[in-house]
Design a protein around this ligand. Structure first.
Ligand SMILES: Nc1ncnc2c1ncn2[C@@H]1O[C@H](COP(=O)(O)OP(=O)(O)OP(=O)(O)O)[C@@H](O)[C@H]1O
Ligand SMILES: [Mg+2]
Length: 157
């Protein structure tokens, strides 16, 4: 039978978007490639804001270039020709219509490239791929307060 080990890495509250970006930069150490991270939480809970910090730290992206990939579904950050481990893929499943459309994104291929992959609305992934993943849960707990819990999950198959 498959077992799932969960390790809580962070449980914090940020009090401004800037603090969340700074936390994202710090979290980049944990999300070093290859890494799959699911960003979960309601609209406006700060998933894209956190991604700004992660992508600026790992792929030298400018914060203003890290935006919700709502229409293109997948954004790729990293200078042209950068090695996979200097790239960050940023996916948004909010507008996704179902498992078939998720399949058409080619996530398995993206994940197997050895980059860091951040997936907003990651809870919509019907079945996370095998292998370790980091789950980042964000909740609004005040106008400018966001509760962020980061857990690492490892499955034995
Ligand atoms: N502590 C905080 N951390 C992050 N964002 C904050 C914080 N306080 C206020 N905000 C505001 O909350 C909003 C977060 O928006 P963001 O686009 O990051 O959310 P999201 O979770 O990606 O939303 P969506 O589900 O629509 O993609 C921004 O307007 C930001 O300025
Ligand atoms: Mg977003």
């Amino acid at each position: 039978m498959a077992t799932l080990a969960i390790q809580r890495l962070y449980d914090i509250v940020t009090r401004s978007p800037e603090e969340t970006i700074a936390f994202g930069r710090r979290l980049a150490e944990t999300l070093r490639p290859p890494c799959l991270a699911l960003l979960e939480g309601d609209l406006g809970s700060g998933k894209t804001t956190l991604a700004k910090g992660v992508a600026s730290a790992l792929a030298a992206a400018r914060e203003e270039d890290v935006t919700s990939p709502s229409f293109t579904l997948v954004h790729e950050y990293g200078s042209p020709g950068a090695a996979p481990d200097a790239r960050v893929y940023h996916v948004d499943l909010y507008r996704i219509e179902g498992p078939r459309e998720i399949e058409s994104l080619g996530l398995d291929e993206i994940i197997s490239q050895g980059s860091t992959v951040l997936i907003e609305w990651g809870e919509r992934l019907p079945q996370p791929p095998p292998g370790p993943l980091v789950r980042i849960r964000m909740d609004v707990c005040g106008e400018n307060e966001r509760h962020i819990v980061v857990e690492e999950e490892t499955r034995d198959c």
